[in-house]
Design a protein around this ligand. Structure first.
Ligand code: MF3
Ligand code: CO
Ligand code: CO
Length: 275
């Protein structure tokens, strides 16, 4: 057992779904608030001519200034504080000082903050660079609606399949497709824990939801086909047909009568692409 194994052993993802108590919810509120505030801060910074690497620098400084650290630095060899996924990039786009935003781009920014106690707040939103095309803003609206329909399906006694079905039904009715290659995940003092939250599926199937479960919902919705490809950098996932794609993510906890969203925007900027 190496050092990391020794310190993380009690926290390893064993596939067992943890039920968190009030301290966990309190920690997740702190983590979610910092992560969401970081995305709020970035709203004014996303504009033509700015690099995704600069946004990453701003996010790292913001988290450190707010007693948090970026969960993605050194996570499985990743080096950055954000994932910045542009246009046809589905997720895990790598920030780069040479990659300048241009008018009409759509951008997902995904941040995960760890606060004292080890709690992780994981959230992402879509941003527009200046004026975007109608089909791009429509895709972003549909994707946000998918996230919120997934969230609305969460209550004790419901199943993970109810979340996926709510998302898939809506996306496909809008003639969009749901990415199946990536999913939401349990989190808490681990970044990626059980259960997996698929963004497609059938009502009544999957794990039963219980108060105390904490996980993300983070649908990736494409204008074209659902298939993705991985670029040679080993991280950047793109739509195989290079169609536009969008994603929103919240970290939530199941309560006695529904759920609590930990990553609500303190500034009310849930959909920065409309700002
Ligand atoms: N924040 C992403 C998620 O929603 C994970 C990013 S891991 C990284 O689960 F290594 F790519 F940064
Ligand atoms: Co996530
Ligand atoms: Co995320």
């Amino acid at each position: 057992m190496n050092f990391i194994d020794a310190v993380e052993a009690p926290l390893r993802n064993t596939g067992h779904i943890k039920l968190h108590g009030p301290e966990g919810f309190e920690g997740m509120r702190r983590a979610g608030k910092v992560a969401a505030s970081c995305l709020d801060m970035l709203v004014a910074e996303v504009k033509a001519g700015v690099s995704t690497g600069h946004l990453d620098d701003l996010a790292r400084e913001f988290l450190l200034d707010h007693d948090a650290i970026p969960a993605t630095v050194y996570y499985r060899g990743y080096r950055h504080s954000l994932c910045t996924s542009l246009n046809h990039v589905v997720c895990h786009g790598i920030p780069n000082h040479d990659k300048l935003l241009k008018e009409g781009d759509i951008l997902n920014i995904d941040v995960t903050a760890i606060v004292e106690g080890g709690w992780h707040g994981d959230t992402s939103r879509m941003y527009s660079v200046g004026e975007t095309r109608r089909k791009a803003s429509r895709l972003m609206d549909i994707t946000y609606e998918c996230l919120m329909r997934g969230v609305a399906a969460v209550k004790p006694g419901a199943r993970t399949g109810d979340i996926g079905a709510a998302i898939q039904d809506y996306a496909e009715r809008q003639r969009c497709s749901v990415v199946e290659a990536f999913c939401g995940h349990g989190l808490g003092q681990l970044f990626h824990d059980a259960p997996n939250i698929l963004h497609f599926g059938k009502r009544g199937q999957g794990h039963e939801l219980r108060p105390g479960m904490i996980f993300t919902i983070e649908p990736m919705i494409n204008l074209g086909r659902k298939d993705v490809a991985l670029l040679p950098d080993g991280w950047t996932a793109v739509t195989r047909d290079r169609s536009l794609t969008a994603q929103f993510e919240h970290s939530i906890g199941v309560t006695d009568d529904g759920c609590e969203i930990f990553t609500e925007s303190p500034a009310g900027l849930h959909t920065p692409h409309t700002v």
